[in-house]
Write a protein that binds this ligand. Sequence first.
Ligand code: NDP
Length: 342
Amino acid sequence: LPPDSRVGYAVVGLGHLALEEVLPALSSCEKSKLTALVSGSPEKMKKVAAQYGIKPESCYSYETYDQLKNNQEVDVIYIILPNALHKEYVVRGAKAGKHILCEKPMAVSSKECKEMIAACNAAKVKLMVAYRIQYQPHNRKLRELLQNKTFGAPKLIEASNSQSSANPAHWRHKKTLAGGGALPDIGLYCLNTNRFILGEEPTEVFAYQYSTPGNPLFTEVEELMSWQMRFPSGVIASCATDYNVHESRRYRVLCEKGWLNMDKAYAYKGQKLSTARAEGKMERQEEIGLSETNQFAAEMDHFSDCILKNKRPFTPGEEGLQDHILMEAIYESARTGKPVKL
Ligand code: NDP
C-alpha cells in the first residue's frame, strides 16, 4: 500500500523488543507504519523520534497517553510494556478509540484478560495478542502438514523453550511486574504453539515446578516448569521451560508414520523444519526449506489487514485469555501435585 493508506501505529514502551525488533520491522511493513511513540524516557524518545521521523507532537508520556485519542494518524496502539502494565494501557487505549495490539503474555491473570476483552468490545475496537509464531512460515507449514495428516495421526509432542537469565533486578524477575517466571515469558511459546499446530484445546494438565534454592533470580518467580497436556484427540504434549540453562527452542511431533521437527522454533529467525517418514524398515529424512520473512512485520501487517477489511484477527484477545486459563491450571497442578482438568 502507498504510505498514505497504511495503518498508523503508536508504539508504547521503548524497551528491547520495541527498539531492536518492532520499530525496524515497521519500516519493512507493507500495510503498517509508525506514526507515534509513548515512553517514560523523554531523552530516549527524542532520539528514536528523530531516527524514525516522528513529529514531536506525536510523542507522548504515560501521563499524556490518553491524548492519543485526538491523533488521527494513529489507528493502532501497540503495547510493549512489562506484563503487569498491559491491562491498564489496553483499557485506556480502547477508551481512546484505538485498535490494540498487545504483547504476550496478554496480562498477569485470566481475570485481567477478561477485563481487557470487555473494554475493547465496549469501545468497538479490535484486540490482537502478538503471538508472532502463528504468523511464522515454518510453523504455519508444520501446522498444515500435521492437520492434513501427512505423517499419520500425531501422538506425542516434545517441546522446550529455555534460556539463561542474568539480572535479578530486571522486571522479569519481579512477581508484581512479570506475573510469573519462565512459564508466562518463554514457556508460553510451547503452550501456544502446541494449541496452534494441533488446532485443539487441552482437557487436562499436570506440572512440576522448580527453582534453585538461594539463587537471587528466582526468589519471586519460578525458574523451571515442566508440564504435560492431554488433548481430546489423545495427543500428549510434554513441555518444559527454564530460565537457567543454555538456550534451547525446539519441538518435535511424533506421528504414526514419521515425525516433524522444528529447531529454533520460537526464535526471531532461523527456523529449521525437518521431517522423517517411515518407508518400510527405512526412514527418509527431509528438510523443508522455506524463505524467511520478518515475523514482526507479518504479524503487524496481518492486524492492519484486519483493520482495513474489518476482519477478526487470527490471534484475538480470547487466544491470550485461553493461555492464561491454562497457565493458571499449570501453576495449580505444580502446587497441588495433582492433574488439573479443564
Ligand atoms: P524491556 O524491559 O526491554 O522494555 C520494557 C519497556 O517498558 C521499558 O524500556 C520502558 O520503556 C517501559 N516501562 C514502563 N514502565 C516500566 C517499568 N515499571 N519497568 C520497566 N519498564 C517499564 O522489556 P521487553 O521489551 O523485553 O518486553 C516488553 C514486553 O514485550 C513484555 O510483555 C514481553 O513479554 C514482550 N516480549 C515479547 C517478545 C516477542 O517475541 N513477542 C520478545 C520480548 C519481549 P520507556 O523507557 O520507553 O518508558
